[in-house]
Design a protein around this ligand. Sequence first.
Ligand code: BGP
Length: 457
Amino acid sequence: MDKFLWGGATASYQCEGAWDEDGKVESMWDRYLHDENLENGDVASDHYHRFEEDIRMMKEGGQNSYRFSLSWPRIIRNREGDVNEKGIAFYKKLLATCHEYGIEPFVTLYHWDLPQYWEDTGGWLDHGVCDAFAHFAKVCFDNFGDQVTYWTTFNEPKWFVVNGYFIGNYPPCLHDVQKTMIAAYNVMYASALGVKVFREGGYKGEIGVVHSYTPIDGVDDTIETQIAMRNADNYSNNWVLDTAVLGEFPIDLITRLSKDYDISFIKAEELRIIKKFTVDYIGLNYYARALVKPYTTGETQLIFNHTGKKGESKILIKNWFEQVKDPNSEFTQWDTEIYPKGLQDGLLKAYKKYNVPIYVTENGVGVREDVSVDQVNDDYRISFMNDHINALMNARDMGADIRGYYAWSSFDLYSWKNGHEKRYGLVAVDFKNGLVRKPKASYYWFKDVITSKGEII
Ligand code: BGP
């Protein structure tokens, strides 16, 4: 078996900065955050200029892999698909640096920074964006194929589609079920097109999809709760994973939606492509599970905490399910349940259902931290990671084919809508003081884990 991959993850918009440098054009996040006057990633962690230092620290921290994304607006200049050679040169250098330090790159094509020139005509609602994504994917495979073995089409279709088109938290900030369905369909079709280009081009390596995985638990085992659990699973997981791995949208979900909405945008010939071009592996980002009960009353409410003040979040989908808080659990300042067992259960469930290799592509805890000290003593992060890595190992011992673990995040970076003070990094970045990097206690702890567990694996 290939080596187990241990590392950290980032995303282009959240860490690179250099938002308009060397021919990079505007992304939808640049436009949105500038227009709304919100804290943005113009500079972020300045990884664009400091990637060498960051990758060297990964190596010194015992890591053997780095998961990051490519910025579409840095690589493709316009709707005609013209290539920005400076963008290509940047990623070639970054990839060469990874190899120089013995770090295996794990590369995501799309981590939410859609070029604004596509958002201008509707973004993921414009079917033309699917072919444009396939073109972007081909440019990446052609240019970086000899430097990359592990490819991901999309990071978390569920999260950016639902937040963008249904909840309205992320650009384009809509609350529209019909449009959510169209965007979801287009993204899953574009993902299959990416796999098609990869396979037909005969590139080496593996291609998969990364999903924001929310394993579902019920408050009891009544039939009503089981129905609520299935609804929650369809909403949270199945439309991404069933479609990417099994090549089919969940039939009960489509039947249900077709009663109230127009599904004529689904095309038979595109379903054939989705069926044929399924992924080699899945990446699961795990932050928490969902504990659900049957819907009783009230309008749909999807409220996410972007302030770090406990108690603000709420998830209820009318006639589908309601999410509840386990009174025995601990929650972060941003209302995320800390529940490592959900990772073990979820990995076993996903492996049983899909039977493909799994990488845990993100796992971590966001906290406000004082980074002016010499070393952040993030014992809460150590305990969080320790419990989750143990859960992963248990699932592995019980037979699930788990091949990697990535901490979110490699170093502190910009958190969507939360700004820079919700920190996840193994390495502190002092945004107020020259972007100085300093490893946290968790960085050294992770190094020890990799050294010891690396031998067991
Ligand atoms: C995942 C995303 C990441 C990252 C992480 C933490 O959903 O893939 O990009 O941001 O969540 O989320 P947040 O920054 O909102 O706390």
